[in-house]
Design a protein around this ligand. Structure first.
Ligand SMILES: Cc1cc2nc3c(=O)[nH]c(=O)nc-3n(C[C@H](O)[C@H](O)[C@H](O)COP(=O)(O)OP(=O)(O)OC[C@H]3O[C@@H](n4cnc5c(N)ncnc54)[C@H](O)[C@@H]3O)c2cc1C
Length: 367
């Protein structure tokens, strides 16, 4: 056996399908690709029309190099070559008709898999210890993913293996996840179910997408993206995308009749900032100031909805300790692919793109 791959997820399966022979995947689930199956609402958002290192949290110079050798265009050509049809939907995102298109391909083309086999440890000589015995190969690829969605098989084994070979693992946090709010934003919770197209700013990143209020706090694509770049500190939301007074042009009409926002949102917002819904001409100066908050509502999230709701894990094996083949600089023949590495993409197919591009770098080095 030349190569053992730990994990039958996106990166491990793709690598195996490229290698074709001399590999063995060890997977503790009873099925392959559990995350692929449910991803993208069951349609698996595989990549994006526009992919650059700027879409990734982590070492962007490193990401740029890895993407160079297997870009979104390369991924799309690979899909086409294998008759795996994708459609461009939403904001430049590529989806399958359903995730089974990709899963069925892997089921057909990746045969050397041992399911129900839990990897426990990798020894110094690269022997892989599992609950079903010890496996030995020349190369070991850790493709065991991150911590989010434990119920789908997520585990911290990849990080443990990395640490046992003296690798640094950067702090692990839930990302692409909803945010919980402080008591000052409890009005968000009264808006549960309402969605608003907004401009969300976190640090230097801006996302123009929907925000969705929920009983736990705030979520929706713009917030999921913001959670990737948020560490501590504030997030700013422009709920209107145009200056508030450009809407409040008629002095004889009430505020709520002139703003292009759901009535329930306006009612709760006005209550939260202490302004009555009245005719615009009766607004006092300080009330006008408060209305400007609709363009720049700042809040400090209390936390996130946690790993169980997060699409990905931010943080992981430090890229500075890997070469451009995704190989450990400390132990030759030990590789890391996909989410276990300290590279996390935004919402929109960037994480599968990373899983595939990083696996491709390993493939090139192994053949
Ligand atoms: C709900 C949801 C929706 C998502 N939608 C999208 C999307 O549409 N587009 C996108 O780009 N990304 C999406 N993602 C993120 C994407 O699924 C992951 O980033 C990607 O699957 C990571 O690939 P990977 O190969 O690194 O890890 P994974 O695909 O997670 O695979 C890791 C594998 O290792 C196995 N494993 C773990 N521990 C052990 C062990 N000890 N022994 C043996 N096997 C083990 C796991 O069971 C798993 O099969 C989504 C994630 C979630 C949770």
């Amino acid at each position: 056996m030349k190569t053992i791959i730990i994990g039958a997820g996106a990166s491990g399966l793709f690598l195996a399908s490229l290698l074709k022979k001399d590999y063995l995947i060890l997977e503790h689930n009873s099925q392959i690709g559990a995350k692929i199956k449910i991803s993208g609402g069951g349609k698996c958002n595989i990549t994006n029309k526009f992919v650059s290192e700027k879409n990734y949290y982590g070492n962007q110079e490193f990401v740029k190099e890895i993407l160079k050798n297997f870009s979104n265009k390369d991924l799309l050509s690979w899909l086409k070559k294998n008759n795996l049809e994708v459609n461009l939907l939403k904001e430049n995102q590529y989806f399958f008709k359903n995730s089974d298109v990709l899963l069925d391909f892997f089921k057909k083309n990746v045969k050397n898999i041992r399911l129900n086999t839990e990897v426990l440890e990798v020894k110094e000589d690269l022997s892989v210890v599992t609950d079903k015995g010890v496996f030995k190969a020349q190369n070991v690829v850790v493709a065991s993913g991150g911590l989010s969605f434990k119920k789908l098989g997520a585990s911290g084994i990849g990080y443990e293996i990395a640490k046992s070979f003296s690798h640094s693992v950067t702090p692990l946090k839930p990302a692409l996840v909803g945010l919980t709010v402080q008591p000052s934003e409890s009005w968000f919770k009264n808006l549960s179910g309402i969605s608003v197209f907004a401009k969300v700013k976190v640090g230097r990143k801006i996302f123009r997408q929907n925000v969705l209020f929920s009983h736990r706090g705030i979520t929706g694509p713009a917030i999921l993206n913001a959670s990737l770049w948020w560490d501590r500190g504030k997030i700013t939301i422009d709920f209107l995308n145009k200056e508030v007074f450009s809407y409040l042009k008629n002095p004889n009409k009430q505020i709520s009749t002139q703003l292009p926002l759901p009535k329930r949102f306006i009612k709760e917002f006005l209550k939260a900032v202490g302004v009555e819904d009245k005719r615009v001409k009766f607004l006092k100066k300080e009330e006008k100031e408060k209305l400007k908050l609709l363009n720049s509502y700042e809040f400090a999230p209390a936390g996130t909805f946690g790993f169980e709701r997060a699409e990905v894990t931010k943080g992981g094996v430090l890229t500075q300790e890997l070469d451009l083949n995704m190989q450990s600089k400390f132990r030759k023949n030990l590789y890391f692919a996909g989410e276990v590495v300290d590279v996390t993409g935004e919402l929109g197919g960037y994480n599968f793109q990373w899983a595939f591009s990083s696996a491709y770098a390993i493939y090139r080095s192994l053949v």
